[in-house]
Design a protein around this ligand. Structure first.
Ligand SMILES: *Cc1c(COP(=O)(O)O)cnc(C)c1O
Length: 354
């Protein structure tokens, strides 16, 4: 980490925490006592402030609301059995945040602002990390353009914030997935690799259509032939075929380079799987299903860690899986949770003490 930063802290007069039981708390609905805020004005990041969590006052003309220069990240902090807090691979999210920023013509956030800001905030609000298994404190850094001007051009001013939300077990029931053949999430040359707000708004219509048909989520495919797999909702996707673990490669720039994806690839490799990052044709998936060599299909992401996929529907073909008989994805999920919650050794240096 680079030079120490002066971050002003204005403490909340009282904590909302008193007497609150965080056990089983729903994701994304409750926020900790403090937030971090920093403004970018006239080409300069101004000093950051940690202040009580509170509404922002914004002009109706603020640029992000009109033209969508807005990006975010999702990271989690955990407590080990002794109650010591740590954060899972935060530096990877920092790097990805600035990749998103560049694609959206937004200023890079300095490493010390992002990292020290996050650590100071989490340290201050560490009582909000639920001390239970499968619980965590979700960290949401985000940035948006804040020019008060309706004009289509990159803003001169931006706001960077970090907010914290305690979260209980994300009950990830095995999912039924609709392999999308009509709508598109991302194209080569587009913004699919950026965690930019508009990607999520743009995905909601197709997801709603899939829900009407009884499916939980959409598996996006390439925009030309609707044959090559991209990713699934807000998760990367893996197929276990024989002793190979196959996941779409990042070269088209159409999918998010997930930190969970990267971690799961490492753990699969350590278990003896051969990892292949390459284009995946749905024809190959269907053939592997028919021959019995398709063993497991699952999604990976910070929210649910690993979500098993119990059904895939592509064109007229429905592929169903007996997820209760699977061994790999459930074992990796447990291993990753045990590393994060400090029950087994973190041999990869993924956990950063707060
Ligand atoms: C955040 C996200 C992921 C998962 O990334 P992680 O770093 O593993 O949380 C995958 N796909 C999309 C579209 C995402 O927004």
């Amino acid at each position: 980490m680079t030079a120490a930063m002066d971050i002003k802290i204005i403490r909340a007069a009282s904590s909302k925490f008193a007497g609150m039981d965080l056990k089983g708390i729903a994701f994304g609905k409750y926020f900790s006592d403090h937030m971090l805020e920093a403004d970018y004005i006239d080409g300069q990041w101004q000093s950051a402030v940690i202040r009580p969590y509170q509404p922002l006052s914004l002009s109706p003309s603020v640029a992000a609301l009109h033209y969508g220069q807005a990006i975010f990240e999702g990271i989690k902090a955990y407590k080990d059995p002794k109650g010591n807090p740590s954060i899972f691979r935060p530096h990877d999210n920092f790097i990805r945040f600035n990749i998103s920023a560049e694609r959206m013509q937004m200023p890079a956030v300095p490493e010390e602002l992002f990292m020290q800001g996050m650590f100071q905030l989490v340290r201050l609000d560490q009582q909000w990390i639920p001390p239970y298994t499968d619980h965590s404190l979700y960290i949401r850094p985000f940035m948006f353009s804040s020019d008060e001007l309706i004009g289509v051009r990159p803003s001169d001013n931006y706001k960077f914030l970090i907010i914290l939300s305690p979260t209980g077990p994300y009950y990830a029931a095995p999912m039924k997935i609709w392999v999308e053949e009509k709508y598109v999430r991302a194209v080569s040359g587009g913004v699919g690799f950026a965690k930019s707000a508009g990607n999520y708004g743009g995905a909601m219509y197709a997801t709603a259509q899939a829900r009407k048909r009884g499916y939980d989520q959409v598996l996006w495919t390439d925009p030309v032939e609707h044959r090559y797999v991209q990713e699934c909702g807000t998760m990367n996707v893996f197929f276990i075929i024989d002793n190979k673990a196959i996941t779409p490669d990042l070269s088209e720039g159409t999918i998010l380079a997930g930190v969970t994806r990267n971690s799961v690839m490492t753990l699969l490799q350590e278990r003896g799987f051969q990892i292949e990052e390459r284009p995946i044709d749905m024809g190959e998936v269907m053939a592997a299903y028919k021959s019995g060599s398709l063993k497991e299909v699952f999604g990976t992401g910070t929210a649910a860690t690993i979500s098993l996929i119990k059904e895939l529907c592509y064109k007229e073909t429905v592929m169903q899986f007996d997820v209760d008989s699977w061994t790999t994805a459930p074992a990796i999920k447990k291993q990753l949770t045990d590393i994060r919650e400090g029950r087994i050794d973190d041999t990869h240096g993924w956990m950063q003490p707060v």
